[in-house]
Unconditional design. Structure first.
Length: 244
């Protein structure tokens, strides 16, 4: 059984399916253990690599539970049984070599089982705190979790990023039924993709889009019109008298 087809029972299993760009020889800090450490540190309030490194150094028992092991070869005898925490530079190199698309793929396979049938999702663009990066996020309301995150390139916007990713999102999350979004995502291409996938959408319209607003108002006006009341007509049959 391949690593990608193994059942994902925990986030450690998710991280274990990711490919490490580092050479296999001499790896001291496993990728899945390091990513689990980073996740726990962020959930504990750490905001940068330096704080994550300090978090790891002050929690030696946690490192062993996450899969960190003492080095196989060490010049100093006392360090042969010591589990060392990754430094700030090591954390930076590991995260820089991580493939976002591969991480999205593995994380989506894990989260898709938690999303209930008919769930709702909100589409939005967010600027990452403390960085210049801008990402497109898909937030599943029933599990209160961002289930998809895509980097918005320097030569694209939120809409073009969603157009590029909408097919993969719909394929990875078949249980997501209703998508909501602001006026930035109110475009025919997005609506067409959702309709073809037999999903529903609720997208916001703003006044500057006068043509679209008029079309929407006309459509809703037709829905508000009451159909004529049904009337019943009683048919009275004429009884034909026999001729003498």
């Amino acid at each position: 059984m391949s690593r990608s087809s193994c059942p994902l029972k925990s986030l450690l299993d998710v991280f274990a399916t990711l490919h490490s760009p580092r050479a296999a020889r001499g790896i001291r800090y496993p990728l899945h253990s390091t990513l689990a450490l980073i996740l726990l540190a962020i959930l504990s309030g750490c905001k940068n690599h330096s704080q994550i490194s300090v978090f790891a150094k002050t929690r030696r028992p946690l490192l062993k539970r996450l899969g960190f092991r003492p080095p196989k070869y060490s010049r100093k005898h006392k360090m042969k049984t010591e589990i060392r925490a990754p430094s700030e530079d090591t954390l930076t190199r590991i995260l820089a070599g991580l493939c976002p698309a591969q991480f999205n793929e593995a994380f989506a396979r894990y989260l898709s089982r938690m999303v209930s049938r008919g769930a709702q999702a909100a589409i939005d663009g967010k600027a990452l705190r403390g960085a210049d990066d801008y990402v497109l996020s898909i937030f599943a309301n029933d599990i209160c979790q961002v289930v998809w995150q895509e980097d918005v390139g320097s030569k694209e916007n939120e809409l073009s990023c969603l157009e590029r990713s909408i097919s993969a999102i719909l394929e990875r999350y078949p249980n997501l039924r209703l998508f909501t979004g602001d006026a930035a995502f109110c475009h025919k291409s997005i609506a067409r993709s959702l309709i073809q996938a037999k999903r529903d959408y609720f997208l916001q319209l703003k006044a500057p889009h006068t043509t679209d607003v008029r079309l929407a108002e006309k459509a809703f006006a037709q829905l508000r019109r009451r159909p004529p009341l049904a009337t019943t007509v009683e048919k009275r049959g004429l009884r034909e008298e026999p001729k003498s």
